[in-house]
Design a protein around this ligand. Structure first.
Ligand code: CMC
Length: 435
């Protein structure tokens, strides 16, 4: 990656009675950054930033978020325009290559992805090893990591061609693995991919067809799946993407890195929030139970959070949430469930929260997960599959970010420091002499 960082007037920091001159850089848009790489060498101090709330870990040209304005851009294109006008496969090309493809490039890329969707026959035996009631995310973490054991010809991270093949394999095989994880939990036979279908339709068919009856593709639901994938495709340096980059910084192969991203995504504060948000709506059950729930969330003694609300970066309405809300209405209408009680609870919960001082003060708005659970449930997915669908979509973001890192000569192995508050040096006392 060619650096596009620009130099700005430097900053001065006084530390340990020493004045340090710190370089400041700017990007194309967004806040400037202070370069602290020489801080320890020159000033003998570290910075302290648990949760990386003020730390830029890398230069990136892929995704930009303006959290105050509620803006999300993939390679400069607003998410709402992509969700309205593009397709997931085109967005994959955009994220991976930096520009929208022309017709020939798109056809070629679509073909490359389509012809990598099958899995090695021996790979299926991995699924058999899991308990029938295993969470599909557990299956995803294990099986995606296992891809490295099958595709040795795309694990040399120093070979750009192998990196591209690994990217294609991951984007292509993730829906097949996800659908198998689903089928396994249902006790149904695996359904093979079909090359004549588009990405989203193929995935839905692999999930919902059975040998006795093929899946009739509903274009509204197929488009909804595609848009869901677009909305979740990348989100700059979030927890799972940073995990992928950190794993990759040691030189680990891409399959292992993506598996680590899936593990991180599983947590309820991140990708697991869509499952948690739907559980919450089901627990609330009826609009009249909302005030008591809101009181619980606001109580200082409770750990209860309004799931699907709040975001580290967005201090405004998450633009993905707007698109997801629209999608939710379209899907519910298509499946004849316009009056889904969960949607009524969600809408009333949102209305009350957006007018409540607690949420206003903390700038807590609905995020992408608030409406995604209701949408996916209406499409026929069980809750345990929600985060898996997020992982299928985010794979392209992870792999684009990993590739960018591999091409960035300024990157080093990720190795944070700490402020140590444990015991200082002391001598070992043999067990018999301890009190
Ligand atoms: N419900 C109630 N209070 C909240 C919530 C919430 N969802 N989110 C934050 N707060 C409060 C929090 O208690 C704190 O209050 P106080 O200052 O009085 O202690 C304040 O807001 C700041 O919270 P924080 O935990 O310091 O904020 P963060 O930036 O570390 O957390 C978050 C971001 C997404 C983890 C958090 O908002 C959250 O837990 N939300 C619910 C889970 C969720 O929906 N996650 C999906 C995120 S979007 C999809 C994705 O990218 O994975």
């Amino acid at each position: 990656m060619e650096s596009k960082i620009t130099k700005k007037p430097s900053a001065t920091l006084t530390v340990n009675n020493k004045q340090l001159e710190l370089p400041v850089y700017g990007g194309s848009v967004g806040p400037d950054v202070v370069d602290i790489r020489k801080l320890y060498t020159d000033g003998k101090v570290f910075t302290y930033d648990p949760g990386f709330t003020s730390t830029a870990s890398c230069e990136s040209q892929i995704t930009y978020i303006d959290g105050d304005e509620g803006v999300l851009l993939y390679r400069g294109y607003p998410i709402d325009q992509l969700a309205e006008q593009s397709t997931f496969i085109e967005v994959c090309y955009l994220l991976a290559n930096g520009e929208l493809p022309n017709k020939a490039e798109l056809d070629r890329f679509t073909r490359d992805i389509t012809y990598h969707t099958m899995l090695h026959a021996q790979f299926d035996r991995f699924f058999e090893g899991f308990r029938r009631d295993a969470h599909p995310m557990a299956i995803m973490v294990g099986t995606v990591g296992a891809l490295a054991a099958f595709y040795h010809d795309s694990t040399d991270i120093d070979d750009p061609k192998q990196r591209v093949i690994a990217s294609h394999r991951l984007i292509a095989k993730m829906p097949t693995i996800a659908a198998r994880a689903f089928k396994y939990s249902m006790g149904q036979p695996f359904i093979s991919p079909r090359n004549e279908l588009d990405y989203a339709s193929n995935f839905l068919r692999m999930c919902f067809a059975v040998p006795a009856e093929d899946y009739k593709i509903n274009p509204v639901l197929a488009r909804a799946m595609d848009v869901f994938f677009i909305l979740h495709a990348d989100h700059e340096q979030n927890a799972s993407t940073s995990t992928v980059r950190l794993a990759g910084s040691s030189g680990a192969n891409p399959f292992a890195c993506i598996s680590s991203g899936i593990a991180c995504l599983w947590g309820p504060a991140h990708g697991g929030a869509n499952e948690a948000a739907l559980k919450m709506l089901m627990e609330i059950g009826r609009p009249e139970n909302i005030p008591a729930f809101i009181d619980k969330v606001k109580s200082k003694d409770s750990e209860v959070r309004l799931m699907g609300f709040g975001h580290r970066v967005y201090k405004n309405y998450d633009p993905r949430a707007r698109a997801m809300q629209k999608l939710c209405h379209q899907v519910l209408h298509e499946v004849g469930d316009d009056n889904d009680p969960l949607l009524q609870v969600a809408k009333e919960l949102e209305r009350i929260a957006l007018h409540d001082e607690y949420f206003i003060q903390r700038k807590l708005y609905p995020n992408v997960d608030f409406y995604s659970g209701i949408t996916l449930k209406a499409m026929g997915f069980p809750m345990s599959m929600f985060t898996v669908l997020f992982a299928v979509a985010r794979t392209v973001g992870w792999i684009a970010q990993w590739t960018e890192m591999m091409e960035d000569t300024s990157q080093k192995i990720g190795r944070p420091r700490q402020v140590y508050t444990g015991p200082t040096r002391r001598d070992y006392v043999p067990c018999a002499q301890r009190k």
